[in-house]
Design a protein around this ligand. Structure first.
Ligand SMILES: Nc1ncnc2c1ncn2[C@@H]1O[C@H](COP(=O)(O)OP(=O)(O)OP(=O)(O)O)[C@@H](O)[C@H]1O
Ligand SMILES: [Mg+2]
Length: 252
């Protein structure tokens, strides 16, 4: 987390490395700094929660780290690969193999069945889905017997379980999730989060999760805070009340 002093490329025991990452967006004649320069290492298998007020740069951070968007300056390594040095095509290919992403709004394809939605990242990558693995995932996210349904026939919690299985089908090394429980009630959200965290642990994946919920963040190994596009501190294994207190300080 200490800025600027890290040396690239990362060692094998870094799952994600952000080096002097910065992102601005054009805004008429001016520009918005969504993320001020910062650096961060995430260890393999870690569960990191990202918190901060609305507009503080959390989604920007996640999209850059996952290769869904490109930084204005700086580098992103996933494992030993500098994804910021890849062409758009290469980054897409890399992402399909090594990165899973879960969106708040599920982003399922409405005319494809649950099973087809789960297989989609494999098919897009020209690979055959491993049926045994798909079955394991379907069971572990609690969707047994539902793979023939269409997304429109699912509850929000079930839809998010499909999105989680879809994110894990390629056996990614890192899973990013942007408020995956934000559209769900507390109880359903807790269950979905348990599925996500349980799967990440079971399959030793690194999990980086944006959440507004201190209760959810308290289950992470570490919580990182953003405010006004800047790194605003970290808490290791905090309680939900410590997190809530920090958010009040940050002016949430
Ligand atoms: N594509 C874009 N074009 C212009 N400005 C953007 C764009 N995306 C984000 N921003 C701006 O960058 C800043 C950070 O936005 P970001 O979406 O990362 O915040 P956030 O922390 O995820 O907020 P929330 O909790 O509401 O989801 C905001 O000021 C936002 O308006
Ligand atoms: Mg956001």
């Amino acid at each position: 987390m200490t800025p600027s002093t890290l040396i690239s490329p990362p060692s094998v025991d870094t799952a994600v490395r952000l080096l002097q990452l910065r992102k601005t967006f054009p805004n008429g004649p001016e520009e918005i700094t969504a993320l001020q320069e910062f650096s961060l290492d995430i260890a393999p298998g870690a569960f990191i929660a990202i918190m901060g007020p609305s507009g503080s740069g959390k989604s920007t951070f996640l999209n850059l780290a996952a290769g869904l968007d490109t930084p204005t300056s700086g580098q992103v390594f996933i494992g030993e690969t500098d994804i910021t040095g890849l062409s758009l095509d290469a980054v897409t290919r890399f992402r399909r193999r090594h990165v899973g992403f879960v969106f708040q709004s599920y982003n399922l394809i409405g005319h494809l069945s649950v099973g087809e939605n789960i297989q989609l990242p494999m098919l897009l990558d020209g690979r055959r889905p491993d049926e045994q693995w798909q079955q394991t995932l379907v069971e572990s996210v609690g969707l047994t017997g539902m793979t023939g349904r269409l997304p429109g026939e699912l509850s929000g919690g079930q839809a998010q379980r499909v999105a989680i299985a879809r994110a894990l089908i390629t056996r990614p090394t890192v899973v990013f999730a942007d408020e995956p429980t934000g559209a769900l009630d507390r109880r359903t959200g807790d269950q979905v989060l348990e599925v996500l965290r349980g799967a990440a642990k079971r399959f030793t994946q690194t999990l980086v999760l944006v959440t507004h919920d201190p209760h959810v963040a308290a289950t992470a190994d570490e919580v990182l805070f953003l405010a006004d596009g800047q790194f605003a501190g970290r808490l290791a294994a905090p309680t939900s009340s410590q997190i809530a207190a920090r958010l009040v300080e940050l002016g949430r």
